[in-house]
Design a protein around this ligand. Structure first.
Ligand code: SF4
Length: 182
């Protein structure tokens, strides 16, 4: 099955890497997308799966604060984190994590390789190495990535998870991921 031309290799990426229009006000670093990331994976024949943006889904594109861009990013991120921990958002967040993990399970079931999950460091939801809380950038995962990671561990599936920031040498980090160095 699936012996057609497809590579059977995919990567899961945070929504805003492919669509900067989704990100919170004042934090976009490209007009449209992280082109280096797109080129990197397409050149390697790795399909790119865009995960949903939990903040846009739960809080809206303005994150419920039309003055968000006026605050330091980590302060606004901390407010967003607090909002996302409320019950109504937490339920939706769990559903979105289910949706991501269900796709991963399908790929896994049929022998596809999920080469990694790429999150956005400093994000209160999609950070992998760092997130935002207490008006600081701190070590640890964002809420969405925590849920995805937890659900994957319950399924006994191990997938490398790496976090990227706009200022990183993205090509180098992605190459390290592919070389198993992260
Ligand atoms: S980091 Fe996550 S929550 Fe934030 S804009 Fe990107 S996809 Fe949405």
């Amino acid at each position: 099955m699936f012996d057609d031309i497809r590579s059977k290799r995919v990567v899961f990426v945070a929504h805003c890497f492919l669509n900067q229009n989704s990100i919170s006000d004042g934090t976009a670093v490209y007009p449209a997308a992280f082109r280096v990331m797109v080129d990197f994976f397409l050149n390697a024949d790795i399909g790119i799966v865009q995960m949903p943006c939990p903040e846009l889904y739960c809080l809206g594109i303005d994150r419920g604060n039309i003055h968000g861009a006026e605050s330091p990013v980590i302060v606004e991120n901390t407010r967003i984190r607090t909002e996302m921990k409320k019950d109504s958002s937490d339920i939706e967040l769990t559903r979105l994590a289910d949706y991501v993990v269900r796709q991963i399970l399908e790929y896994d079931k049929y022998g596809f390789e999920v080469v990694g999950i790429i999150g956005a460091n400093r994000s209160p939801n999609c950070g992998i190495d760092t997130t935002s809380d207490h008006n600081e950038e701190i070590s640890g995962m964002g809420l969405f990535m925590e849920k995805i990671s937890y659900q994957l561990s319950r399924e006994d599936i191990s997938i490398p998870m790496i976090g990227i920031k706009g200022k990183d040498n993205i090509q180098e980090k992605l190459q390290q991921l592919m070389d198993g160095e992260l």
